[in-house]
Every structure is written in C-alpha cells, then in structure tokens.
Design a protein around this ligand. Structure first.
Ligand SMILES: *Cc1c(COP(=O)(O)O)cnc(C)c1O
Length: 230
C-alpha cells in the first residue's frame, strides 16, 4: 500500500511542478511517519524514500536507532526544551523553532556535539491560537535574534496551514510565507540562508508546491490514516 500511495504522491508532485514551471529537484518529499511502525517505514525505504518526518523526540530517537543510518530525519513538531537532547544528534533539520529559548537550547546542545544544525523558523501565518509559531510581523526580528547562535543555521521558514476542505483556501497562506521569505532574504542577515520553505501536507501539498514549497510534509497520503491509541 505504501508503495502505491507513494507512486500517486510522486505523480501529483510532478504535476504541480510542471504546472508551476518548477523543477522536480526543487521539491523534497518528506514522508511523515509519526505513529507508524518501522515496518511501514521500511516499505517506504524500499520505494526509494530517504527523508522522514517525526513530531515526537522519543519516537524519532527510537526509529533512528533501529533503521539504516543513511536516512534523513526531520523534526517537524512542537519541541520542548528538555527533549532537545534526543533530537539534535539525530535530526538533519528542525522545522519548528519558534522561541529564542528553544533556539538557544538547540544551539547549546549542537555545540556540545560539534554540530551546527539547520533549522527553520515556524511561522503561524493564519494566527491560529492552537498552533505554535511566530507571527508574520515578528519573524524578521526573531530571526535577527537567533541568527548569531553558533550551533544553528537558519535556513528558511515553515508553516502548518489551517485544516481546510478545499486546498485552494490555503493558497494565500503559502503565498504569504513565500513573500515573507523573499523579504527576509533581501535583508542579507548574517548566518541566514533563506533557501527553504517547508509547507504543504496531504490535503494541500500541490497548492504549496505551486506557491514555492521546497519541502512538503506528507503523512496520511503515504502511510494512511493515523490512529492514536495511546
Ligand atoms: C502530521 C504532520 C504532517 C503530515 O500531515 P498529513 O496531513 O498526514 O500529511 C505534516 N506536518 C506536520 C508538522 C505534522 O505534524
């Protein structure tokens, strides 16, 4: 099932790239494997996937330990400072930096390991109360505050768009994030490379790609519905 789903997702990604005149290479598919067993991740690996997304530090750690070491793990969920130690030595990127204290903790832990870890700043574009992230007007000054930290490298922006029935309803969110990214890039802030836009999930990744996503995070569309039993 994973293999068939992946073929369909790949087709839709190519369609969106073609429609928007973008190269397929410009978009990374992150398979969001949270709550799903290692056996399903192995099916995705067999189908050629190497980039995976998790939102729980402990779960990321456990899967990291048992799976091949050439996989790239993306931390995409809300991160508590006391869990940073599980993530920093294992993740290739943290997408959910939304406070100075979290950025400082990540930086400190990375320096301990001799690393400089790529991070994205999570932006709450739609200003939903239930979601983390800095607001659009706060983003530039937030980036200026965290950019000098020695253990992180700010490499772009991430957003979780609202849940909508019609993906088109989120187009303005993606467009707004891209414009913000272009605006910040033009400021040439030291230690900041605005090269990534992590946006788009199962319901809206095609629209996100049309609006410039460089990373899409797809869970349900690859692994099926999630059942939270614990
Ligand atoms: C779970 C999750 C996803 C994947 O969501 P789907 O709708 O299942 O594709 C993407 N991004 C984040 C931050 C998530 O927590």
């Amino acid at each position: 099932m994973v293999k068939e789903n992946l073929l369909e997702v790949e087709e839709k990604i190519q369609e969106a790239c073609k429609k928007s005149g973008r190269s397929r290479d410009a978009v990374t598919l992150i398979a969001v494997s949270k709550t799903k067993p290692v056996s399903m991740i192995e099916e995705a690996i067999a189908a050629g996937i190497r980039e995976f997304g998790e939102n729980k530090p402990q779960e990321l750690k456990e899967k990291y330990e048992v799976l091949p070491k050439d996989l790239r793990w993306h931390m995409i969920g809300h991160l508590q400072r006391n869990k940073v130690k599980y993530v920093v030595p294992r993740a290739c990127m943290i997408h959910s930096i939304d406070s100075v204290r979290l950025a400082e903790e990540v930086s400190q832990e990375a320096v301990k390991h001799g690393l400089r870890i790529p991070v994205l700043v999570e932006v709450n574009v739609a200003e939903e109360e239930t979601k983390g992230g800095v607001t659009v007007p706060e983003t530039e000054s937030f980036i200026r505050q965290i950019a000098p930290l020695p253990g992180i490298s700010v490499q772009g922006l991430m957003t979780i768009a609202p849940f909508v029935e019609n993906a088109e309803d989120n187009r303005y969110v993606f467009e707004k994030l891209r414009k913000l990214s272009v605006d910040i890039k033009s400021k040439n802030i030291d230690n900041v490379i605005m090269c990534n836009l992590s946006m788009g999930m199962t319901g809206d990744y095609q629209v996100a790609i049309e609006e410039g996503a460089t990373m899409v995070r797809v869970g349900t569309g690859i692994f099926g519905e999630r059942h939270y039993t614990i």
